[in-house]
Design a protein around this ligand. Sequence first.
Ligand SMILES: *Cc1c(COP(=O)(O)O)cnc(C)c1O
Length: 422
Amino acid sequence: MTTWRARAEAVMPGGVNSPVRAFSAVGGEPPFAALAAGSRITTTDGAELIDFIASWGALILGHARPEVVEAVERAARTGTSFGVSTHAEVELAELIVAAVPSVEVVRMVNSGTEATASAVRLARAATGRRAIVKFEGCYHGHADPFLARAGSGMATFGEPSSPGVPDSTVADTRIAGFNDLASVGKVLDYDVAAVIVEPVAGNMGCIPPVEGFLAGLRDLCDGAGALLIFDEVMTGFRVGPASAQGRYGVTPDLTTLGKVVAGGTAAAVYGGRADLMRMIAPDGPVYQAGTLAGNPLATAAGLATLRYLAEHPELYDRLEEAGAEVRRRLETAMDGAGIPGVVHHVGGMLGVFLGVDRVATWDDVAGLDTGLFGRFFRGALARGVLLPPSAYEAWFLMEDHLDGDLATALDALEEAIAEAGG
Ligand SMILES: *Cc1c(COP(=O)(O)O)cnc(C)c1O
């Protein structure tokens, strides 16, 4: 009998629509989700797993949240896509503008990848400059200009990290070190249109900015006449009601949002200073468009999620406390098992690093013990806990974890750590 995995692999690269889902980094059978509710996913094999992937952070309220599901159902019954505008898009834009300090005007798109690519196009148009600066270990989606990493040193020009990306495309991408202002100074000059950063790095585990890093970027950009772009696709409405920029008190020129802002559906946003955003067509000459942009189903899910968050700001405090609890318990467990390790948390976003004592930069992450993580991951899965299937991914808390599943999961994770270390 052909398995679903074999059927999937026959017709899709790796059997998946996004590489991490193939579980290559941890081994074992990648699960197929059958359904989910609250903090749990039920697989097609019948396993019920407490989930810390949370659709890569999008699901801050939990799976199949009734408010969100009902909003999407209502929207679907009145039309799934129009090709003209809806009131709901205006309401969603108003909520975002009210909440996120840098954002005066927004444009909706369909994915984080589109949001960051569009923001960079706008930055280049607004400054008349070509180069961008990104940080090693930060992820901004898969558009060509971002698929570059440092060569031998930090202060080098980008080189493609994927075949199919022309050298000429990434020649204008310069790489600096996260949490290392000096490395930014070395690549920032009057050719740089923008510096783009995840204000809390979330695609190399979760690494908070060190004191002064974000403010320092703001000063460096102002000095060089470059724009500062915060890629808050992961952190937006996740690390606080005003996103990372509100939490850290640093205001970028442009911001990208995704994941939470679409409540677990396919949408994202870029926005920022009105004078910049008014350069977008049809107000201005910078072209950017989308057949399904502002899609009614995605807009309904985003609105339901952001409205709930606006009405329940205390959820952020509860996620913060829960993150601190995860940190305490897992660090204690790693100590007890004789495993070096460190846990970072920013709100309900977590970085659990096994095999290293200190993580502030990409170089620190490079020292992770991935074999140890694989054992830990498989031990957790065997005990009913689904972690992101890579040592380099952040974990996410949802509101539904807070009602008891977090405690259940932490008991299992403590055992999995002891087993992985032994
Ligand atoms: C997820 C993510 C993206 C890409 O978003 P997609 O919707 O997957 O294209 C971009 N930037 C950051 C910081 C992300 O976490």
